[in-house]
Design a protein around this ligand. Structure first.
Ligand code: ZN
Ligand code: ZN
Length: 134
């Protein structure tokens, strides 16, 4: 089992299934939401994801129609996101994990939105677009 948390430790979660689809997303939204040059996320299902503490502290921001970004309202950590049309899939902000998930990044998505002042320096596959903005 893996554990994760927001920075202030109010929100803690557990993951009991394999994490998949670890991607770096360069879309404009991830850049703004994370305050970073790209956002790193991976997929788990609600069946394998459980909020242990801090459910009340989580607040959802709709960053685009039907896309909810869930933050700790105390410290601002972006913990996960989901689409209304697929609420069973959790787009986990992988930096919130406390443990090594054992998976490694599989690629860069939304490279068409990449900051022109940032150069990708790895050999991972690059995709101009999604499937979805993470
Ligand atoms: Zn927090
Ligand atoms: Zn994105």
């Amino acid at each position: 089992m893996l554990t994760g948390s927001c920075h202030c430790q109010t929100v803690r979660f557990e993951i009991t299934e394999e994490i998949r689809g670890f991607m770096h997303c360069h879309c404009h939204t991830c850049r703004k939401i994370n305050g970073t040059v790209y956002g790193s996320s991976a997929l788990v299902t609600t069946a394998g994801f459980r909020i242990v503490t801090g459910q009340d502290a989580l607040t959802a921001y709709e960053s685009s129609p039907g896309k909810k970004r869930c933050f700790c309202s105390r410290c601002g950590s972006h913990v996960y996101a989901y689409f209304d049309r697929d609420p069973q899939t959790i787009l986990l902000r992988i930096g919130t994990l406390d443990d090594d998930p054992g998976v490694r990044p599989e690629g860069h998505i939304w490279v068409s939105h990449k900051a022109p002042w940032y150069e990708i320096r790895d050999d991972l596959p690059r995709f101009d677009e999604g499937p979805d903005k993470r």
